[in-house]
Design a binder for this molecule. Structure first.
Ligand SMILES: [Zn+2]
Length: 185
């Protein structure tokens, strides 16, 4: 079903090959952290980054907005500039485990994230969704997270395009502030 979200050809990184499906949903690219930064186990005490982030400052954690049950945070390895995630505070793996209040706020923050991205960057479209389970490509399978990936025609926008695996801390810090300022009140 995900193929319908990524059917348009892309030509972003020079090859000119319409491999958007591969590019967007391969596990390594959607992972929040990679390699040695991954959790050591499925529990909340096993180094889960999504459990640790809320204790950090907005700036250090790249947190864009904090709700009562759910928060929004930039992805360290973005598919596109502005790629963020909406994450419950509670360490929950499966979408069916969310309670009603978490489900509602996850949906509400997803809508506000779209509005913020439109306000800040004029995003033309979005890919929104969750990878449920490692087999489906979830980088941190033990703690669910909803990806919100802004899309532009040709994926050219006012923010410099981020390389697939490079992390540019200053760019991420600037992007976080832009989106936090553009977040609907
Ligand atoms: Zn967690």
């Amino acid at each position: 079903m995900l193929s319908c979200m990524t059917s348009e050809p892309e030509h972003r990184h020079g090859a000119g090959v319409p491999d958007a499906f591969q590019r967007l949903w391969t596990p390594h690219r959607m992972a929040y952290v990679q390699g040695e930064n991954k959790p050591t186990g499925p529990g909340a005490g096993d180094g889960c980054p999504f459990c640790a982030i809320p204790a950090e400052s907005d700036e250090d954690g790249l947190v864009i907005n904090r709700g009562e049950h759910v928060y929004a945070v930039l992805n360290l390895y973005p598919y596109n500039s502005g790629h963020l995630m909406v994450v419950p505070y509670r360490h929950v793996a499966d979408y069916t485990e969310l309670d009603a209040a978490e489900t509602l706020e996850l949906a509400e923050l997803t809508k506000r994230a779209m509005a913020a991205l439109r306000n800040a960057s004029g995003a033309h479209g979005f890919n929104i969704g969750m990878n449920q389970g490692a087999v489906a490509g979830a980088g941190i399978a033990a703690h669910l997270h909803q990806h919100v990936v802004p899309r532009w025609g040709g994926d050219v926008n006012f923010m410099p395009v981020v390389g697939h695996t490079k992390v540019l801390p200053q760019l991420l810090a600037d992007t976080r502030k832009l989106l936090a300022d553009a977040w609907p009140r």
